[in-house]
Design a protein. Structure first.
Length: 223
């Protein structure tokens, strides 16, 4: 059961859904450029972390905010487990379906809001979310939903941007996200507002310690 969203949260969700719908066709191309292909190695790290679950034929794994399906596909590639992708932006899911159809993989994609997941309690052995949680209108409610659909002992893997703490690198990172990324992403996609939002959403998202604490507060252990 989802907590009723405030009017502000509903407006934020609508804006994010529309923004991603507008850039869906160029999303993968732009991402490869602005992430300098590092995003692929980061997804492979998630796969490595979830190796025990992926190796079990009976395991069911949910990829939330799956977008165009990159992580879903990476998870399913050599897995015995079953992967399900979900996202609340239909144009992004349509691309995920097209990409999956070009492979020998079978991944069901279900339209659904991360703040009101259309799945029963205690359904999944693992849940993943990559570069999507920071766009939620309510991070805490998103985590509560993920905890709800996980089986007892299930695992959550979150892949997300946050401001680094390493001196020197943080200044370079901030410069890239403030000045370079919005201009490149906006120019390539034709949607400058969307990539300004990316910068703002990274700035607002908690750092590693803050987010770890938020996970603990919503019922996760061994964070």
């Amino acid at each position: 059961m989802a907590i009723e969203q405030t009017a502000q949260e509903q407006a934020h969700s609508r804006w994010v859904r529309d923004m991603f719908g507008n850039i869906a066709g160029k999303y993968d191309f732009v991402n490869r450029i602005i992430a300098v292909n590092f995003d692929r190695s980061w997804r492979r790290l998630v796969v490595k972390k979830l190796a025990p679950e992926l190796a079990r034929e009976t395991a069911l794994i949910l990829d939330i905010a799956c977008g165009t399906g990159d992580l879903s596909l990476e998870l399913q590639k050599n897995a015995k487990a079953k992967i399900i992708g979900t996202d609340f932006c239909r144009p992004m899911l349509d691309i995920a379906v097209e990409k999956t159809a070009k492979t020998n993989l079978k991944i069901p994609y279900i339209e659904g809001d991360g703040l009101a997941l259309p799945f029963a309690d205690d359904t999944f052995d693992a849940v993943t979310v990559a570069f999507g949680l920071r766009n939620f209108a309510n991070w805490q409610e998103g985590l509560i939903q993920m905890r709800r659909v996980l089986k007892s002992g299930g695992r959550l893997a979150v892949l997300e941007f946050a401001s680094p703490t390493l001196p020197g690198f943080r200044q370079i990172y901030d410069l890239y996200f403030d000045r370079v990324l919005p201009r490149i992403g906006g120019a390539l996609s034709g949607n400058f507002a969307g990539y300004k939002h990316l910068n703002k959403s990274v700035r607002k998202f908690p750092g590693q310690e803050g987010f770890s604490q938020l996970m603990r507060e919503t019922g996760f252990e061994k964070v």
